[in-house]
Design a protein around this ligand. Sequence first.
Ligand SMILES: NC(=O)C1=CN([C@@H]2O[C@H](COP(=O)(O)OP(=O)(O)OC[C@H]3O[C@@H](n4cnc5c(N)ncnc54)[C@H](OP(=O)(O)O)[C@@H]3O)[C@@H](O)[C@H]2O)C=CC1
Ligand SMILES: CC(=O)[C@@H](O)[C@H](O)COP(=O)(O)O
Ligand SMILES: [Mn+2]
Length: 376
Amino acid sequence: MRKIGIIGATGSIGSQAIDIIEQEKDDFQVIFLTAHNQLDKLIKIGKKVNAKHLVLTSERHHTDKVLTGIDELLKVIENEEIDIILSAAVGFSGLIPTYCALKKGIDIALANKESMVAAGRLLNETAKKNDAKIIPVDSEHSAVYQCLLGHDTSYLEKIILTASGGPFRNRPIDSFEFISVEEALNHPNWSMGRKITVDSATMMNKGLELIEARFLFNVGHDKLDVVIHPESIIHSIVAFCDGSYLAQMGVPDMKIPISYAISYPERVKLDIPRLNFFELKKLTFIKPDFERYPCLRIAMEALKIDKNSIYIALNAANEVAVDAFLKEVIKFNEIPMIIERTIEDFPVEDVMDIEEIVKMDKLAREKSRKLMSNII
Ligand SMILES: NC(=O)C1=CN([C@@H]2O[C@H](COP(=O)(O)OP(=O)(O)OC[C@H]3O[C@@H](n4cnc5c(N)ncnc54)[C@H](OP(=O)(O)O)[C@@H]3O)[C@@H](O)[C@H]2O)C=CC1
Ligand SMILES: CC(=O)[C@@H](O)[C@H](O)COP(=O)(O)O
Ligand SMILES: [Mn+2]
């Protein structure tokens, strides 16, 4: 019986994890579930999986039906015996509880890529010091993790992340300023939360994933690459020094990497479609174009600097800009402009202290909000 907690249980990743746990109820005991605002949904899923604690992390709600506030969540993490936590809140908000869990030696199934982007070195060090594992949930990183198992990474030549290219792969670039929220939320292959879906459309999602891979697999920018693979069947590829390539494949369904991460090293039997190679016919691969995807270029440039103040600024500015786009305050093509200008002249340093990381994130958000008020 594995004792599990889920941060962000009401979201796209969280809900799919709940389905897996319901199917495998003899193997999991749910210690806690969190939501930020969706109280009714939290209570409903809490009953489904018989969760011991329910926490609503937003401070805006006052209810005695569940625990409220981040401090209550941290108390549960501190006081309960927990084997693994699925970190699946969206954005930088996932960092503090993920860090506290690692400090206690709890394994993390990591969906919340933003925490690895902002604090990869700190999270890795904390995991190592406390003998905790970080198992990726992100489909590409789960693919790489599976391909690297049993291999000596000194022979690793490249990690190649695959990208769908999003909904605007073929759209004329001069029409990007007219992209609507609805169009940006129409991902060709994956059904996901709103923030990551916009990130996929700008390809900042792949930029964040490159930085996530940099820390999960301890590789520099020279060993990281991206290829657009519109079918999303190959979830990523690793290349070894003898010219051998390993790839992980499957239908685009997040239940595969979620179940893998929370059950590792075991596997769950999933009732989802299998690949039919005769129907697939062909898999295609395209080089990403930086004019179409400036966010990917910005992230690749940040990787060359490799200081986490820049990663923090990139992530914070992206969160601010995507939120503004979703609220129809800025245009789609203004997202990269805000990110690039936030990073410009930002302090370049490695920040290892958690409070300093939080301060840096605030500073970057203030800067990007100011830049935004200048353009609207
Ligand atoms: N969806 C996917 O297929 C994939 C997602 N990921 C990553 O997983 C993470 C979650 O994504 P996804 O499930 O799509 O997101 P969703 O928007 O669907 O869900 C987000 C979850 O986080 C909670 N939440 C929102 N804001 C906060 C906050 N400020 N503090 C704490 N919790 C908060 C939400 O609560 P409430 O419902 O109450 O608002 C919800 O439970 C992201 O980091 C994303 O990049 C990675 C790969 C694939
Ligand atoms: C399912 C998953 O892991 C997402 O992060 C996915 O990668 C999004 O698709 P893109 O390749 O379009 O970013
Ligand atoms: Mn991904």
